[in-house]
Design a protein around this ligand. Structure first.
Ligand code: TYM
Length: 329
């Protein structure tokens, strides 16, 4: 079986964008691949975190992976910080990554503008840790939203650079971007992506929003004065709502346009809200059910960390040997 790796940060409240752009595809691909799904808590501390909150959110995210339909018997669902190989490989890859490359990362530029008081080295080398995540498991495919594409290209460059020097050590991974939902935009500003760190709560549908909140946010979503439901760049707000509806229902954007031909924005927004609720409600119910079963989740955490560690060590030993670290005696 080919290998799939992906991860999410346990920072902030997850949005419908995270679900439609990533998690939903993870579930769809999970039968076809040997999968590693990580809660990337090491990435999270590149911005300040309250320890108790981070711990709580990491566990909630791991639970969400399972609630979304990933079977922890078949898929390796684990905390990044439980597998020391991520940090160890990161160090080595740091020595094969150029400052210039990291300087070009748009996410670094955005985040350092936002956290000007804490532009730490971890924030800068964040994409190297991401490369280590992926390369450690020899992943063939990495399902992500469009915003992670630049990091994935860097991962490929690092892998190829290393392979050119030492022979075929790493599998060079391919991105997997879903047909719809790969970039869900803010409901309040369709020029910006929907983000868990947006300060306006109306801009994002959070995965844990109750149905009334989802409906209200959809009703308030920014559209335009064209008064027609068409899938085109000139109407970014409407286009985004079509994307959401399409990703939630499985209908193509063309089918959605046909379905709402001649209908008003009010009717359409209600339908988008209902489609989102029909995806989120079962997810929320399943999270609530799983959260009660502490020992089951604990068991998943322990067993999967061991499994991940086993695969990670295989790659790590190989890499350590290649770069010339002495064998352990
Ligand atoms: P993160 O935690 O910001 O986002 C998790 C996933 O959600 C996708 N996503 C979106 N997709 C569509 N529309 C949106 N508005 C939207 N917002 C977020 C992201 O593209 C991502 O797939 N650095 C990564 C986490 C990471 C990772 C990895 C991913 C660490 N190591 C290795 C893949 C492989 C991140 O911060 O994603």
């Amino acid at each position: 079986k080919k290998v799939l790796f992906s991860g999410m940060q346990a920072t902030g409240n997850l949005t419908l964008g995270n679900y439609l752009g990533a998690l939903k595809n993870w579930v769809a691909l999970s039968d076809e691949y040997e999968c590693f799904y990580s809660v990337v808590d090491m990435h999270s501390i590149t911005v300040r975190q309250e320890p108790a909150t981070l711990r709580k959110r990491a566990r909630a995210l791991l639970t969400l992976y399972i609630a979304a339909g990933l079977d922890p018997e078949k898929n390796c669902i684990y905390y990044q910080s439980h597998v020391s190989g991520h940090a160890e490989l990161t160090w080595i890859l740091n020595c094969f990554t150029y400052m210039g490359e990291l300087n070009r990362m748009t996410q670094f530029k955005d985040k350092s503008a936002k956290h000007a008081d804490n532009i730490n080295a971890g924030l800068f080398t964040y994409p190297v840790l991401m490369a280590a995540d992926i390369l450690l498991y020899q992943a063939d495919v990495v399902p992500v939203g469009i915003d992670q594409m630049q990091h994935l290209e860097l991962t490929r460059d690092i892998a190829e650079r290393f392979n050119n020097i030492y022979g075929d050590v790493f599998t060079v991974p391919e991105p997997y971007i879903g047909k719809v939902g790969a970039k869900i935009m803010s409901l309040q500003d369709p020029a910006k992506k929907m983000s868990k760190s947006d300060e306006n709560p109306n801009a994002s549908i959070y995965l844990m929003d109750d149905p009334d909140t989802v409906m209200r946010k959809c009703k308030r979503a920014v559209t335009d004065s064209e008064a027609q439901i068409l899938y085109r760049d000139e109407q970014p707000g409407v286009k985004n709502l079509i994307d959401i509806y399409s990703a939630c229902t499985g209908k193509s954007p063309e089918e959605v346009v046909a379905e709402f031909d001649g209908k008003g924005y009010g009717v359409f927004k209600m339908a988008v809200g209902e489609a989102a609720v029909s995806v989120l409600k079962p997810l929320q119910d399943e999270v609530a059910r799983l959260e009660k079963d502490k020992s089951y989740i604990d068991g998943v955490i322990k067993a999967n960390a061991e499994k991940a560690q086993y695969f990670a060590n295989k790659t790590l030993r190989k890499v350590q040997k290649k770069v010339g670290f002495p064998d352990k005696i």
